[in-house]
Design a protein around this ligand. Structure first.
Ligand SMILES: [Zn+2]
Length: 430
C-alpha cells in the first residue's frame, strides 16, 4: 500500500479549518497531521505544496453514472417525454458491457472533478459495481427495481444475489443495495416486498421521492399518501436509506425523514434542467434531515461536476428564501462532504483526522479566478474552485488522479469505447 504525504497551504474539512499541514496517509487511512513541510520519510510520495488546498473528497449522493452514454439527449423535454422518447428506447438496447463502460466514464469524470464516492442507481448494477471497483472509487450501487408481480419478484431475487456477491468485496469500498425506483413505478406491494428483502439481506435502500409536484399530487389522489409517506408505510425508511430529490415535500414528510435518519440527496442541477423545481434544502436541514448533494444522471444534468452542484445548492437556497445569510459556504461544503458520508453510511468518510478513510482531494490555487482568495476558506471552495483546479485525488489511500490525469485508465481507449457504444444505442431513437 502506498504511503503518501499530502502537503497544502490550506487543509480543511467541514469540522475545522486546519491551515497549512502535511497529511500523512498509509494503509488506506489518514495516519497523522504534521506541521507543513515536515521532511518526508523514506518511501513516502509527496503531493502538493504551499499553493495547494486539501479537502475531503466530495460525495455524489445520487447519480446514474452509466447515463454518460445518453449525455445531452432530449435536453429540453419534461421528465415524462424525456424518459419515453429519449431515455427508455436507448436503455432497452443497453447490455451489461455498455453499462460498465458508461459507468466507468462517469466515475473518471467525477474523480477528475474531486468526487471520491458515488451513490448510484441503475439496472445491470453488477456492471456498475465492476466499473466502480476498476475506477478505484468508493460507491454504494443500488440495483434499480420497478414494476410488480412475478417479474418484480424475479428481479428482486436477482438483486439479492448481486447484493450478496458484493458483500465485503474490495475491502468494503463497493457495496450494493436495493433501489426501488420510485413510488410511481413501484406500487405499495412492491415497496413492501423490497423493504422485507432489504431487511433479510441486511442491506440499505436507495429511492427517488417527491421529485415533481405532479408525482406528489398523483400519489395523494391514488393512495391518499405522499411519496415519502408511501415509502415510510412500506418500511423502506426503517432501513439505512438514501433518498433522492424531495423537491416537493409536504409539511408532514419532514419529521418522517428526520426521525428515520435517512439522507436526502439534493440534486439542484437536475431539478432545474428537468423543470422540477427547487428542493427546500434548508427547510429539510432545519427539520433535522441529513442533506447531501448529488448531480443525478449526466443525461438530466449538465454533467457530473460536484463543485458545480455544491455551488448551485449554496446559491439556490439563498435565492429561494431571499436570505443571503444561509446556507453559509461552510454549510454547503458540509452537505457535499459529511452529508454525503452519511448517505454512504460511513462515519469515517468526509473528514480529515487520524483514522479517517483517506479519500482526499488536492486542488491548486493557481488560476487567476482564484486570486486573491476570500478570507473564508470554505468560500474558496464553494465560490471559486472548479473541477479543472483538481490536481490529485486519493481514494482509500491510493492515488487515482495525479497531475490532473486519471491513474490506471487509458482515456483514449475509454473515449473510443463510449463513442461507439453511444452511437449504437441511439439507433432510431429521437
Ligand atoms: Zn435519479
Amino acid at each position: 500500500m502506498e504511503r503518501l504525504r499530502l502537503r497544502a497551504g490550506m487543509v480543511l474539512d467541514a469540522e475545522a479549518v486546519l491551515g497549512a499541514r502535511d497529511v500523512v496517509v498509509a494503509g488506506g487511512r489518514v495516519v497523522a497531521l504534521e506541521p507543513f513541510g515536515t521532511p518526508a520519510a523514506a518511501g513516502e510520495e509527496v503531493l502538493g505544496d504551499g499553493r495547494s488546498l486539501l479537502m475531503p473528497g466530495l460525495v455524489n449522493a445520487h447519480t446514474h453514472l452509466a447515463m454518460t452514454l445518453l449525455r445531452g439527449v432530449g435536453a429540453d423535454e419534461p421528465l415524462e417525454r424525456w424518459l419515453e422518447r429519449h431515455v427508455w428506447p436507448r436503455e432497452r438496447r443497453m447490455a451489461p458491457e455498455d453499462v460498465y463502460w458508461g459507468a466507468l466514464l462517469g466515475a473518471v469524470e467525477g474523480l477528475m472533478g474531486g468526487t471520491t464516492a458515488f451513490v448510484d442507481m441503475y439496472f445491470h448494477a453488477d456492471a456498475v459495481a465492476r466499473a466502480m471497483r476498476d475506477a478505484g472509487v468508493r460507491a454504494s450501487v443500488a440495483v434499480g427495481l420497478a414494476g410488480e408481480g412475478e417479474a418484480f419478484e424475479a428481479a428482486l431475487e436477482r438483486a439479492g444475489r448481486t447484493v450478496a456477491d458484493w458483500r465485503g468485496a474490495v475491502g468494503g469500498r463497493v457495496e450494493v443495495r436495493l433501489g426501488p425506483h420510485a413510488p410511481y413505478t413501484c406500487p405499495p406491494a412492491s415497496l413492501r416486498r423490497t423493504a422485507r428483502a432489504a431487511e433479510e439481506l441486511g442491506c440499505g435502500i436507495h429511492i427517488h421521492l417527491a421529485e415533481t409536484e405532479g408525482e406528489v399530487e398523483r400519489a395523494l389522489a391514488e393512495h391518499g399518501r405522499t411519496p415519502v409517506q408511501l415509502a415510510a408505510d412500506a418500511g423502506l425508511l426503517d432501513r439505512p436509506a438514501q433518498v433522492a430529490h424531495v423537491v416537493w415535500p409536504r409539511a408532514e414528510d419532514l419529521p418522517l425523514l428526520a426521525r428515520t435518519g435517512v439522507a436526502v440527496a439534493h440534486c439542484p442541477a437536475s431539478n432545474l434542467q428537468l423543470g422540477s423545481g427547487i428542493a427546500p434544502a434548508l427547510a429539510l436541514a432545519d427539520a433535522g434531515v441529513r442533506v447531501a448533494v448529488g448531480t443525478d444522471g449526466p443525461a438530466s444534468a449538465p454533467g457530473l461536476d460536484m463543485l458545480d452542484g455544491l455551488r448551485l445548492a449554496w446559491l439556490l437556497a439563498k435565492g429561494a428564501r431571499r436570505d443571503p445569510s444561509r446556507p453559509t459556504a461552510r454549510d454547503a461544503f458540509a452537505w457535499a462532504t459529511r452529508g454525503g458520508a452519511q448517505a454512504l453510511g460511513r462515519d469515517d468518510v468526509g473528514r480529515i483526522a487520524p483514522g479517517a478513510a483517506a479519500d482526499l482531494v488536492l486542488a491548486r490555487l493557481d488560476r487567476p479566478g482564484l486570486w486573491p482568495p476570500p478570507d473564508d476558506p470554505y468560500a474558496v471552495v464553494v465560490q471559486g474552485l472548479r473541477g479543472q483546479d483538481v490536481r490529485a485525488v486519493v481514494v482509500d489511500g491510493r492515488v487515482r488522479v495525479r497531475d490532473g490525469r486519471p491513474v490506471g485508465v487509458d482515456l483514449d481507449a475509454l473515449r473510443r469505447e463510449v463513442m461507439a457504444r453511444a452511437r449504437r444505442l441511439k439507433g432510431g431513437a429521437a
